[in-house]
Write a protein that binds this ligand. Sequence first.
Ligand code: FES
Length: 337
Amino acid sequence: MACKLEIEPTGDIVDIQEGQTLLDAALRQGVYLPHACNHGLCGTCKVEVLEGEVDLGDASPFALMESERDDGFCLACTATADEDVVIEAEIDVDVDARSIPIKDIMGTVVKREMLTPRILGLWIELDEEIDFQAGQYINYHVPGFDEPRAFSLANQPSTGKVIELNIGIIPDGEATPWIHNNVKVGDRRKITGPFGRFFVKRSAQKPMIFFAGGSGLSSPKSMILDELENGCTQDITLFHGARNEEELYYADMFRGLESKHENFRYIPVLSDNKNENWTGEIGFTNDVAKKIYDNQFAGNKAYLCGPPMMSDACITALMQGRLFEKDIHTEKFFSRA
Ligand code: FES
């Protein structure tokens, strides 16, 4: 029999099934709770149990300390309940967030293509369309691996049932080499989603600066295509960092968009260029952005997606250039390689 989970301070009430985690119950019914790793490791989903009892499940002692357990806290991504419970969560109200219940959807791989020597593009035709906000991610269930892997959707929502994933290989990882070596056209796969709060804050009505590195281009690609398709009139700049031209992908598509949309600017930046005919920017995206913006970023919204070193350097540059933290958005999810 389903029990009730009440979430304070919003007062949302959802059903919770036997063995279902509090987080899964909330997200599947379109109620947002903060989360990141989904596996009891990061502590992002910590909530206080105000009424009722929960089973703490496999919560890591680092993410949920003994004293917090004694004080009645639990991790929503591991805790289950077999009675009605009331929890209190710290929820930031985000006026740009839509309430979209997560779902499990099966799909068939319809295309695979190496986008760069290290990034595989996978196109999956889902049995039913997935509703999502550009910038969000899905969990991809990999055969033989207990945990699904998280990948941002690289397509914009208007592409219907076909989704695109850009999967960078982590050579000493487990799942990404497996996917690169084994996934083929015709394979059936389950995905779960959408997840995440990385999307354009349209209500801000501010020019946007995107920073992307590696397969971190996925979300910015989806967001930029969605904005341009929907008639966005704000200025949009994309800095795409890569080591060399071989690792720069979708460059022609973005150049095409630049010539079609006055409000879109594409700035590829190569950090290890060996081609003397390259006429674009050379160096690191944070330095190039500082030069182009004359070290003044105030009044913009920034969206960052890429390796931690790149993101950290860009955040420092943006803040030194007077952009407040509230206007800097990064994709926050943890997924094993
Ligand atoms: Fe629950 Fe990370 S510990 S989302």
